[in-house]
Design a protein around this ligand. Structure first.
Ligand code: CDP
Length: 794
């Protein structure tokens, strides 16, 4: 099953490689030379600078704000408060989850780091200095920090701005058949239960968030440069929120220094930059610093999951069940499709053929930063995979079975695809056993287990962790998935210029994933022109077609499909033009990569470049065929794609200090047709590194007063090359049956699949200490405590 190029049966083309394989990234020459053009590189004539005053406390009534001194500070042009925004009806903005969020505090501070006032000044220093001159009086309330206490009777009501609100409950959502699941559990030989916590973490992109707003009062046009993963959706939302007509708004998303879900939402800072520009009549730049990013922008996870799994004593898994408490912070600003308040968490049934499944998720408000974004994952797939893969390991321990064998015994079989699971998903395709066996073979699984036994006898702590995941990526279809009413589909436009050079315009937004390369490769494959002759344009709403943007590994499944289809549309059109040029009928022509030729006379043909010239030339074109070689499509995928992978992690734990070393990590991924194996490997390496971070060191923690304890990279640790091993990657290829080129997403597979493999390995290493579970992050102190039988929740 291992092969360098995938066949492309979906395109009726078995055995032909897709794309140009390991093409070097077209965007890298500018990145490696330091010539990328990021938000902070944008400098407009007369540009001013904004800075945000943030609340030092987590829960307090705003008594008064005095801005007199700040306004008098040299260089300051404006100080904007919540009251000013109220007058413009802009004090509150809709979130991506049918809630509202304060742009600037008007009534009450609801988390530490919340936006209180905005200073606009001639330079960044003056703006920041003036923040210290704003005098704010707060009347303190007790904060709600522990989500477990949020629904206690008498808990302070955080969202008293919402009429009639008497508690902190956001939603209760359930899926699956509770009664059927209960019946399976009641009759099962074995049931194991475990509380599994996925702590609050942060996407922490290298580049923080920022905006440059340029409002032209003469023609009422707003140009907004923004760090955004979804420029088109943002434009529509700004039109709705600010009342600026949509055709007068241009969003430009320049090079993005990492998004990972952090740059999906609309932050108060973006809106404030716009207000600042309207108020001063000049362009205004606002760029947050690292602490602002960590303390106030969208966090991820924060799920407390009560997991249960039922099985026969022979190890046939029958059902999974879970009750989840989801901490959404002070505003429900989580980014997920409207009908999915817990995102795609219902994929917690994993890769197993089950009789029943049921889950209930309760979302609550707490006095913490709002968000709940999918940090490098498709809408809560990470939490789901972590839960089920921990539960399967706990079951394996209970049954005294090998965790890899237990998984192999329970996989959905290849002939069961498309597989309808018990929570409403239809897995498009899969072939799990070969991936699992390949990872075991690459790892030398049997030898590792032998080595572990020997080491245990010597008192050394070595652990082997397995995880197997299935993801749900590539939302739409739009009939099922929308964000604030916008259906999840993506557009593509392709123009082939007279000389055969092409420009493809896409609605998704690269944040480092290499779209300029891979999308050119798709067009190149479909039209037979070299990828270097194809430019990929993205990140500017004036230049690209509408679409919902890049997150949840949806670019290739959705936009990649759009690009393949638009190229095929051009190819179909080219046939008519070629026929006119060759003075024959279109049905007499045959396609070979790059040219149409006369059936039975291969010498009589026209290449795409010749046809493009012909389209713009003097040949009389058939009726209904325009004089160009351009096309556009919007692709609404019929289903999501379901990539999967088998991961094996080997750790050594220092029995004296609790320090965990990830010694080896084997990752076998299946993302269907592989466009660019080099880019795929890069995506996997990055995601695995993310996984090490979450498993071992990352947590956004708070003290009892709601002070964020993780506001810098001194406290919020992220992994470097020092903490990770040389990744060992492999792959199988199971194309998506419905995707135009058979491709599934890959961008986030490794972030999703790696944390359970690492934690499973650590728990496995700690078996001699009787440890059956521990929560992330597995820092040395926490591992050591677990060894003493004192595991504590994060
Ligand atoms: O949405 P996002 O770009 O983050 O994720 P993705 O669609 O999984 O793609 C990540 C990168 O891997 C892009 O450059 C893709 O085109 C590339 N890729 C690939 O070469 N082959 C695949 N089957 C999937 C993705």
């Amino acid at each position: 099953t291992v092969q360098e190029h995938a066949p492309n049966p979906a395109a009726g083309d078995p055995g032909r490689p897709i794309g140009f394989g390991r093409l070097q990234r077209k965007e890298d020459p500018r990145f490696v030379r330091g010539k990328g053009h990021y938000l902070d590189d944008i400098v407009l004539p007369g540009m001013l600078h904004g800075a945000i005053l943030r609340a030092p406390v987590a829960h307090a009534r705003l008594v008064s704000i005095d801005t007199t001194e700040a306004l008098a500070h040299p260089g300051v042009l404006a100080v904007i408060t919540g009251k000013d925004l109220q007058a413009l009806n802009l004090a509150w903005a809709p979130t991506l989850s049918a809630d509202v969020q304060a742009v600037l505090v008007t009534d009450k501070v609801r988390f530490q780091g919340q936006e209180v006032a905005f200073v606009v000044a001639e330079d960044r220093y003056a703006a920041r200095d003036a923040l210290e001159l704003i005098d704010v009086e707060y009347d303190m309330f007790p904060p709600v920090i522990d989500a477990r206490r949020a629904l206690d009777p008498g808990a302070p009501v955080i969202r008293d701005d919402i009429e009639g609100r008497t508690d902190n409950r956001i939603f209760d959502w359930e899926i699956g058949d509770a009664a059927e699941t209960e019946a399976v559990f009641a009759n099962a030989d074995v049931v194991v239960a475990q509380e599994v916590v996925y702590p609050r973490v942060h996407p922490a992109p290298m580049e923080t968030c920022g905006a440059v707003a340029d409002f032209d009062p003469v023609d009422g046009r707003l140009t907004l440069y923004e760090t955004t993963q979804a420029p088109h959706a943002h434009r529509t939302l700004y039109a709705i929120v600010a009342g600026i007509p949509e055709h007068k708004i241009r969003i430009v998303s320049p090079d993005i220094g990492g998004g990972f879900g952090n740059k999906v939402g609309i932050y108060p800072g973006y809106i404030l930059a716009v207000v600042g520009s309207i108020v001063t009549g000049k362009p205004v730049k606002w760029v947050e610093d690292r602490s602002e990013n960590l303390m106030s922008t969208s966090f991820a996870r924060d799920y407390i999951m009560q997991g249960e799994i039922a099985a026969t004593k022979e190890g046939k898994i029958l059902a999974v069940r879970t009750n989840v408490l989801a901490d959404h912070g002070a505003f429900n600003a989580t980014a997920q499709p409207t009908k999915n308040p817990a995102g795609f968490f219902s994929i917690f049934t994993g890769s197993y053929d089950l009789k029943a499944a049921y889950c209930k998720v309760t979302g609550v408000y707490t006095n913490k930063a709002p968000g709940g974004v999918a940090y490098a994952c498709s809408f809560r797939v990470t939490e789901a995979v972590y839960l089920v893969e921990r539960m399967v390991d706990i079951l394996a321990r209970k049954l005294e079975m090998d965790p890899a064998e237990l998984r192999l015994k329970n996989f959905i079989k290849p002939e069961q695809f498309p597989y309808a699971n018990k929570t409403g998903w239809v897995y498009d395709s899969g072939n799990y056993e070969p991936a699992m066996r390949l990872s075991m073979q690459m790892a030398g699984y049997e030898d590792l287990r032998r080595e572990q036994l020997e080491k245990r006898e010597r008192g050394e702590l070595m652990g082997i962790g397995v995880s197997f995941f299935t993801e749900t990526v590539g939302a739409g279809p739009r009939k099922h998935f929308d964000i604030v009413g916008l259906g999840m589909a993506d557009g593509a436009e392709l123009r082939v210029h007279p000389t055969g050079k092409a420009v493809v315009r896409i609605s998704v937004q690269s944040q480092g994933q290499g779209h300029e390369t891979t999308f050119a490769q798709i067009v190149a494959e479909e039209l037979g022109i070299p990828p270097e002759s194809i430019d990929v344009v993205h990140g500017d709403t004036d230049q690209t077609p509408f679409g919902l943007g890049t997150y949840g590994s949806r670019s290739t499944p959705v936009s990649g499909g759009a690009v393949a289809l638009v190229a095929r549309k051009v190819r179909d059109k080219a046939r008519f033009i070629a026929a006119a040029m060759l003075e024959t009928r279109p049905e007499d022509l045959e396609w070979e990569k790059g040219r149409w030729f006369v059936k039975g006379d291969p010498s009589a043909g026209k290449t795409i470049a010749e046809i493009a010239f012909g389209a713009h030339g003097t040949v009389a074109l058939p009726e209904g065929i325009d004089g160009n070689l351009d096309a556009e499509v919007t692709y609404d995928p019929p289903n999501l794609t379901f990539p999967f992978g088998a991961y094996i992690c080997v750790v050594d734990v220092d029995a004296g200090t609790g320090h965990v070393k990830v010694r080896r990590f084997i990752a076998v991924d299946d993302c269907g047709t592989r466009i660019n194996p080099m880019i795929i490997e890069g995506q996997v390496h990055g995601g695995l590194t993310d996984g090490v971070g979450m498993a071992l060191m990352e947590i956004i923690a708070f003290d009892e007063e709601g002070n964020c304890l993780s506001g810098s990279f001194m406290d919020y640790l992220i992994p470097t090359a020092m903490e990770v091993p040389d990744w060992e990657t492999g792959f199988t290829v199971t194309p998506s049956p419905h995707h135009p080129i058979g491709a599934k997403g890959i961008g986030e597979s490794a972030t999703v699949g790696s944390p359970p493999a690492i934690v499973n390995a650590i728990v496995d290493a700690l078996t001699p200490y009787g440890v059956t579970h521990m929560d992330m992050p597995c820092t040395p102190a926490r591992v050591w405590e677990a060894m003493q039988g004192r595991a504590r929740p994060p």
